[in-house]
Design a protein around this ligand. Structure first.
Ligand SMILES: Cc1cc2nc3c(=O)[nH]c(=O)nc-3n(C[C@H](O)[C@H](O)[C@H](O)COP(=O)(O)O)c2cc1C
Length: 326
């Protein structure tokens, strides 16, 4: 299925946040492309693909468990990007083949600075191995009938980043996302939009600019500053997914409630729902207050539905499921 990377607003990959309900929420507010959370190839290879007739979803479930590693639905097929962590071309291909028919693109994470990624030779560890990057991306490109992209961080100098970006472009990827921070930078350090601009100027494929977009107006600002036509947002969307709406942000309480409803509807992993809610609450309020304590104590979506006064909706969804439709 065709996905066009020019002039797009994009939900960034976010671990434990970017599951189906959050992606659908962002899309409802206007996100054109929505990335899933990073999933490691080893984990995907332990999964089986299931059609979930009750929810109308495709689920990748870890064998021998009930754990849903990835859930998607036909409604998002044309815009969902599956992001993978890998350090090996053949393993990446085997894993990608399990999902490529259900998603619009496969993206390789080359920016994660966390030690679990680096120690496994994944994420930002790839940035210093251009040969391996080439091997992984060309193997995927040659063998998959879907878009292949990757997401990088900035290297030590702008010249180094541009050199790597040029090598990546030669592999035939459809787009390159650039997070405007270096591996050692912290999230509070400002993203270097000028160094993203250097990459945009050097490439002809679409470059997706990422870093420090917190309002709808920032989409235009980063486009002007970098020359990139597409923009990716992580924290700005996590805190208020209606950032994608040209009409302006909705109150965060309303967005949070809609997220709870979608999590109930799509039977989200409760850990992911709680994690996302906690992140939102911590940004605007405090986990010590009754709402935060209530989220921490909740063990199921039934508990969360009670907390947010959505018990009727929860009952309705369950009745519908019992009757055979979502
Ligand atoms: C909660 C959270 C989880 C993240 N998980 C991922 C991930 O799975 N893969 C990835 O490439 N980047 C991940 N990132 C990095 C973001 O995609 C993005 O590059 C970074 O936050 C900068 O964008 P921002 O300034 O809009 O937040 C994550 C960021 C956050 C805040």
């Amino acid at each position: 299925m065709e996905i066009n990377y020019r002039n797009k607003t994009i939900l960034a990959p976010m671990v434990r946040v970017g599951t189906l309900p959050f992606r659908l929420l962002a899309a409802e507010y206007g996100a054109d492309i929505t990335y899933g959370e990073e999933i490691i190839d080893h984990k995907l290879l332990k999964c089986e693909r299931h059609i979930n007739d009750v929810l109308g979803t495709v689920d990748l479930i870890e064998k021998g468990t009930n754990s849903v590693v990835f859930r998607t639905c036909p409604e998002e097929r044309s815009r969902v990007v599956f992001q993978m962590g890998t350090s090996d071309a053949v393993r990446a291909l085997n894993a990608a083949q399990m999902v490529c028919k259900d998603v619009a693109a496969v993206d390789i994470n080359m920016g994660c600075p966390k030690s679990f990624s680096i120690s496994g030779g994944m994420g930002a560890a790839l940035l210093t191995k251009p040969e391996l990057i080439h091997d992984i991306l060309t193997t995927l490109k040659r063998n998959l009938d879907t878009h292949v992209t990757c997401k990088i961080r900035l290297l030590k100098s702008s010249q180094d980043t541009v050199e790597l970006a040029r090598r990546i472009e030669k592999t035939g990827v459809s787009a390159l996302a650039v997070h405007g921070r270096k591996v050692a930078d912290r999230p509070r350090d400002p993203a270097k939009w000028s160094e993203i601009a250097d990459v945009v100027a050097a490439l002809s494929i679409p470059v997706i600019a990422n870093g420090d977009v917190f309002n709808y107006a920032d989409f235009e600002r980063i486009k002007v500053a970098t020359g990139a036509s597409s923009v990716m947002v992580a924290r700005g969307a996590l805190w208020n997914a209606s950032i994608f709406s040209p009409k302006g942000k909705l109150p965060w309480e309303d967005v949070k409630r809609e997220y709870v409803r979608k999590s109930i509807l799509w039977d989200n992993d409760i850990k992911s729902t709680k994690h996302t809610l906690k992140e939102i609450i911590m940004h605007y309020s405090c986990l010590e207050f009754p709402e935060g304590k209530g989220v921490i104590k909740s063990e199921s979506h039934a508990d969360l539905a009670r907390l947010y006064g959505e018990d009727k909706y929860y009952e309705h969804v369950n009745k519908q499921r019992f009757c055979g439709s979502r």
